[in-house]
Design a protein. Sequence first.
Lengths: 226, 226
Amino acid sequence: MALDNPTTQAVVTTADKVFDQMLHAIVEGTIKAGSKISEPELAKHYQISRSTLREALNRLEKCHLIERKANVGSRVVECSIAGLLEIYIVREALEGMACRQAAHNMTDDEIIEMKAMLAQHANSKALRDGVSYYQEEGDLDFHYKVILGSHNQQLINILCGQLYHLVRMYRCQFGMNSPRATKAFDEHSRIIDAIADRDGELAEMLMRRHIAASRKNIENKISQQL
Amino acid sequence: MALDNPTTQAVVTTADKVFDQMLHAIVEGTIKAGSKISEPELAKHYQISRSTLREALNRLEKCHLIERKANVGSRVVECSIAGLLEIYIVREALEGMACRQAAHNMTDDEIIEMKAMLAQHANSKALRDGVSYYQEEGDLDFHYKVILGSHNQQLINILCGQLYHLVRMYRCQFGMNSPRATKAFDEHSRIIDAIADRDGELAEMLMRRHIAASRKNIENKISQQL
DNA sequence: CTAATTAATATTGTCGACAATATTTAGGTT
DNA sequence: AACCTAAATATTGTCGACAATATTAATTAG
């Protein structure tokens, strides 16, 4: 899968595998949002002991994909509009800062690599045809690279390690294919330019606007539906 | 304890208690930073089974206080200057945004309560005498209130749930009592004013400067020591 | 028939033992 | 003596069973 998380270490233990499977299942909605998680049932389903399952559940909790109450159990998080907007607020702050840091800390090679990636996106059939590819994988790839470029392990952990699974979940469940594809591409280009110029202040501002625009796009859609 | 985390739910299970004890031990350095964690040894020390201990370890990992490698074990995180600066970068971004949100979302009552808290800090003996109290608990209390005032659950979780334990750990281990006490107090006052004026943009800017000033203060200290 | 109380059931929390993997120690070869 | 190899040891991962708590069902009083 194209946007495999560079921060996720190699999957070795069975708890890792089950975590991976459940991650996909939750993100894609196979395990429904808001549903209660039955440990005995899932343990039987994955053919593992409850201890191992609970280990996997702990990692899902780290990604904020499930919530646990003592002596009661776990539930998959709900996907609400309010929750989505909350995430966008966090992303605006963190990715904005990541972008500023990337402008300071990215190596020249990393910048070259990023430009190459964007050029590839520009040529990609999917972008010309429609919105699908770029919106999904390409967009996430771009944001990933910027975050990694910050060279700030805390930022990387929070954004790539936990928040992005939630972002993907929302994208899957709400089926986001907004008409911002080409516009977003242009914004990405300008962001890279700012990073290449080592202009952290501008880079942060552009990234924040970029994310805020997506958020407002959603807010508009919602208000229209009412 | 004055700055008990409002997001931490009631401690009911034994794993919770052990988590709490280990949390304090790590923050205060009783369990040394960078040290390896022996599951059999600690399980014996706390008189619990390894399963329960591992449950506690999982929560510590969620706070980024320990790091685990598959089939190898857990280590307490190291406290490096670089790591501290990374955290300040994240705080600047997230608390800045939290402050902006607080300006939008805090209730009038919450703002009144905050002003009262600050007035109390101004009168507090500790502030007049020295730097100790305000730097430690008062400062954290202030930041907590702002974060909670954002009414953004994601922000609250990340900042209060995980990042602040690390911040406290650094404060304990590096023994931070900078000469910024009265200056910081003034900055807090202006931030609250901005929130009361519902000026989110200014509130964010002031909070970011406030945190950036702390970071630069540390950077200066370090460069002097070299 | 409704509501509260209690009994029955199911689920989560905790435990100790075994299996798989890593680390250390001992031994042998160059 | 240094280095690689292999046995021994210790540590982590996984399992199934029991205890504690919550949820549901049954029973009884009003």
